[in-house]
Design a protein around this ligand. Sequence first.
Ligand code: NAP
Length: 249
Amino acid sequence: MTETSELAGTVAIVTGGSRGIGLGISHELARAGARIAVVARDGERAEAAAAELAGEGHAAYSCDIADSRACRKTVSAVESGQGPVAILVNNAGITRDNIVLRMRDDDWSGVIDTNLGGAFNMIRGVARGMMKRRAGSIVNVTSVIGLMGNAGQANYAASKAGLHGLTKSVARELATRNIRCNAVAPGFIRTDMTADLAEARVAELKDRIPAGRLGNPEDVAGVVRFLAGPAAGYITGQIIAVDGGMTMQ
Ligand code: NAP
């Protein structure tokens, strides 16, 4: 198969682009020709990720996406250093699991402020420029947990379900400006986030996944590349599950 570079000349911000699914997305969009802005709290790790990507013009930014001022500063640093942002991938996310009765205030707010608030901060940061240029694609990485709920993850499920509402609202608000906003809802993917799952739990999960395996970051990254690029030019406001069939109706 010949490699295409349909994103050549564009700049793509990937939050949480330094590890796991986000690193897979950074690689995939870089292979498609985009210049990547890798955003994460750990700046050194983000630098290392940016340095390993194919092609040139990538850069790293240390930013806590839960901090709206930091997001504004980061977007303007990307725009002045790398160029206008054509693609925003809101991938950064955290878990702080507990049952509702034992969930602390900061477990609740930390997850909501990062997963949902962080995506909002970044979208607001890039929206004006995208509207002026009448071009842009936003992809939010959500989760099947946002569709199904999960005992012990009320904060995480609420943040991801909130992202689905945010995705559809932004899609409706910006569609006439040629800005698309979609979501990718991964199932269980092998990363640091799922590294602590007990083998018995993994076996149980595999039984519920028609594909019979957990996913890899690459399984998600290919779909993000498709949604970010011109082949998905008439797709907006959609939530695409990448879960080996786990949530099919
Ligand atoms: P991961 O391996 O834990 O990586 C998380 C990434 O997000 C890191 O780059 C991390 O960098 C960054 N990050 C976390 N908090 C941040 C903050 N406040 N500001 C900026 N960056 C932040 O996670 P993953 O498994 O790849 O998950 C990526 C996304 O996919 C998340 O939204 C997650 O909810 C979603 N997802 C994952 C799975 C799964 O099975 N793994 C399934 C469904 C959905 P720093 O720590 O340096 O900030």
